[in-house]
Design a protein. Structure first.
Length: 69
């Protein structure tokens, strides 16, 4: 019984929310690129987007590392 519980815990490393985290990271990256390419730049939007992108990239890294272990 113990081995079955351990196998179930190993199989449940992937969460349905992980897909949304990756999609949000892609959307934030698109927004940052569009702000950087815009003729009239908004420094607050660029800074907020970059900070958000860094946070989500770190979250993606930790999430994928959790899948691998």
């Amino acid at each position: 019984m113990f081995l079955a519980e351990e196998a179930a815990a190993e199989a449940s490393k992937f969460n349905g929310f992980d897909v949304f985290v990756i999609l949000f990271t892609i959307l934030i990256a698109i927004g940052v690129v569009r702000q950087l390419a815009a003729p009239k730049k908004n420094p607050f939007a660029i800074a907020f987007g970059l900070v958000s992108l860094i946070v989500f990239l770190i979250l993606d890294f930790v999430m994928v590392r959790g899948w691998m272990s």
